[in-house]
Design a binder for this molecule. Structure first.
Ligand SMILES: [Zn+2]
Length: 233
């Protein structure tokens, strides 16, 4: 323990210690999906605050006033974008206006556009079901952290991003190998939500969206007969 830290520790109970006030840089991340990636990239180089709680719905989670203030005072904001985290994006916009560096990951990984129903032509935010795009996202997050967050060890961040990207590359290769054991004519994916569009594209699946598709989350309870019909075709 350094002398200054020791002195601070001794004084902490009295009036705080100005010498210890230097706070770690903070990266604020909207979704827990991006939070996982960002934590791997950042390691111990900065504080990573993830706003979405475990098991929350990325489309509908909200933030407290305190969290909104954290977004606007972050050293970097990592968000999904393309309309995903609907209740948080206005705070991200406010952060941009306050000159906080922000990284919209989905738009940076060549998003697909929806090809069915009334959302046709709009960009699809669910890029994380394609591991090759996740690998790209990891690299981009590493570049943003190294480029915008003062005080981090840039080479450590880039090395962490590269190492994690390599793991995802291995996962991608394994998934492809496994999916390739299924004949292409039988690769039909039945879902009630758009989330698997990227996975389907990456691994040559045809998507069958059921009538529950416009709901952000939920189960197949709406049309069980429809699911069974598609699944047995
Ligand atoms: Zn979704």
């Amino acid at each position: 323990m350094g002398v200054l830290v020791l002195v601070c520790a001794l004084l902490a109970g009295l009036a705080g210690c100005v010498g210890s006030k230097k706070e770690r840089p903070t990266v604020v991340v909207t979704t827990n999906i991006l939070g996982d990636l960002t934590r791997q990239v950042v390691g111990g180089e900065a504080e990573v605050k993830v706003l979405m709680k475990p098991n929350a719905d990325p489309h509908s989670f909200g933030v407290s006033a305190t969290e909104a203030a954290q977004i606007e005072s972050a050293d970097l904001v990592v968000y999904n974008g393309l309309g995903l985290e609907e209740n948080v994006l206005r705070h991200v916009e406010a952060a941009k206006e306050a000159d906080v560096p922000t990284l919209g990951v989905a738009s940076a990984v060549h998003p697909l556009t929806y090809r069915t129903d009334d959302t046709e032509g709009q960009p699809d935010p669910h890029f994380w079901t394609d591991p090759s795009r996740v690998r790209k996202a990891v690299r981009i997050i590493g570049d943003a952290v190294a480029g915008h967050v003062a005080g981090v060890d840039k080479s450590a961040v880039k090395a962490q991003a590269a190492a994690y990207g390599k793991k995802i590359g291995q996962l991608d290769a394994w998934m492809k190998q496994r999916f390739d054991t299924i004949p292409k004519s039988r690769r039909k994916l039945v879902t009630n939500h758009h989330v698997f569009g990227y996975l389907a594209r990456r691994f040559d699946y045809a998507i069958d969206l059921t009538s529950g598709k416009k709901k952000a989350t939920g189960t197949f309870k709406e049309k069980p007969n429809e699911i069974t019909g598609v699944a047995t075709e």
